[in-house]
Ligand binder design. Structure first.
Ligand code: ADP
Length: 160
């Protein structure tokens, strides 16, 4: 049994939805490693260091979490960390198909690792980093989606 869970993602950038999930995970596991994917097929807007820095600022008051960068297969990373639980979020039914495929692929790659799904507060169930970037580029007010400093960084980046 492992008291450690890994929450992997691109976090490009961190949103209140991610933070909600991290808090829920820390109520179940004694240690949560938030693992920022270095290589993302999604072509991130922010560098891995920027994503890590924003996560660090946004989660500074949450205890028992560790932030790290990883690359390669998440199951290999989990094995290295001696963790056997991956946390993923399910917002809507539309997340389900992709997340199920990924969980079953990861299970095939390493039978010892289980994926645990958490649901965010319904207020964040529609929130995605992708939509956020679109809204930011159109000048939307993002204060209910991300911390102020993230909104500022997003708008600065999208202005360039
Ligand atoms: P990835 O590129 O791995 O999907 P993301 O940063 O987009 O990385 O998401 C990481 C995880 O967090 C995914 O499981 C995703 O479903 C979940 N997630 C993202 N936004 C939210 C949200 N608003 N509420 C709950 N879970 C979320």
């Amino acid at each position: 049994m492992s008291p450690t869970a890994i929450y992997p993602g691109s976090f490009d950038p961190v949103t209140y939805g991610h933070i909600d999930l991290i808090k829920r995970a820390t109520r179940i596991f004694s240690e949560v490693i938030v693992a920022v994917a270095k290589d993302s097929h999604k072509k991130p807007l922010f560098s891995v260091d920027e994503r890590l820095q924003m996560l660090s600022q946004a989660t500074k008051n949450i205890k028992n979490i560790y932030l790290e960068v990883f690359d390669g297969l998440v199951v290999d990373y989990a094995r290295k960390k001696k963790a056997n639980v991956l946390i993923r979020g399910l917002r809507m039914i539309s997340d389900f198909e992709y997340e199920l495929q990924m969980a079953l692929t990861n299970r095939r790659l390493n039978e010892a690792i289980e994926t645990v799904f958490l649901m965010p507060s319904e207020g964040y169930s529609f929130l995605s980093s992708t939509l956020l970037k679109e809204a930011a580029s159109l000048g939307a007010n993002l204060s209910s989606f991300v911390p102020d400093f993230v909104e500022k960084k997003l708008k600065e980046r999208l202005r360039k």
